[in-house]
Design a protein around this ligand. Structure first.
Ligand code: OGA
Ligand code: MN
Length: 211
């Protein structure tokens, strides 16, 4: 069955190289619905500037990242968001079964990079934490063209911010996953508005695990 193979294939890539990228992860109509949700929420003024760090250390720093985000809330998700979250839930369970990662949570947000926005090289774990295990990004840009910018640059040597890298085009329906604490990455400056859903499968200590 195709779906099973694609999940298996994705898990194999994570196991062998720690990252993977798939075009057309969702049917086009489903990705478009998510893109529309993203735009509609933005028009309603629901986005806010993303910060760096967390808790008391959370700050908005223009030199580091210039995107705007809106956290997904499963309790008021649209049908399209619920379908995507359900698909990620199946992926989470499959990752746990195959790789024993003990993932027990997902958190994710829409992100909009306005023209000229970027996100400088970073790892996705906050200093001193290990909760975020796998980063999962779905891109929502139907008419993306070379020259529109906003590509993801992912260095493919664990822990290195030099050497081999991949350039991932943020096209509608493309999914990229990687080990959150191991792979340096950056978002190159967008020359056109760029939309995505970024999330993390997490391993949260039982006491602070919300659901
Ligand atoms: C992030 C991030 C990359 C992308 O939000 O932490 O690195 O391609 N996003 O959107
Ligand atoms: Mn990141």
């Amino acid at each position: 069955m195709k779906l099973f193979n694609s999940v298996e294939d994705l898990i194999n890539a994570i196991e062998c190289q720690g990252w993977c990228c798939r075009t057309s992860y969702l049917p086009e109509a489903d990705s478009r619905r998510l893109k529309e949700d993203c735009e509609n929420a933005c028009h309603r003024g629901e986005f806010h500037r993303a910060g760096t760090g967390r808790g008391m250390g959370l700050e908005v720093r223009d030199q580091i990242r210039k995107d705007q985000i809106l956290w997904l809330r499963p309790e008021d998700a649209t049908n399209g968001q619920t379908a995507y979250l359900d698909k990620l839930e199946a992926l989470r369970l499959a990752l746990n079964r195959s790789l024993y990662l003990g993932l027990n949570d997902f958190e994710g947000h829409f992100a909009i990079y306005p023209e000229d926005a970027f996100y400088k090289p970073h790892l996705d774990r906050h200093t001193g934490t290990s909760e975020r295990v796998i980063t999962v990004i779905l891109y929502l840009n139907p008419d993306w063209q070379p020259g529109d910018g906003g590509e993801l640059k992912l260095w493919t040597t664990t822990g290195e911010k030099t050497g081999a890298f991949e350039i991932i085009e943020p096209r509608l329906g493309t999914l990229v996953c990687f080990l959150a604490g191991d792979f340096w990455h950056e978002v190159l400056p967008a020359h056109k508005t760029r939309m995505s859903i970024t999330g993390w499968f997490r391993q949260v200590p039982f006491a602070s695990h919300a659901g």
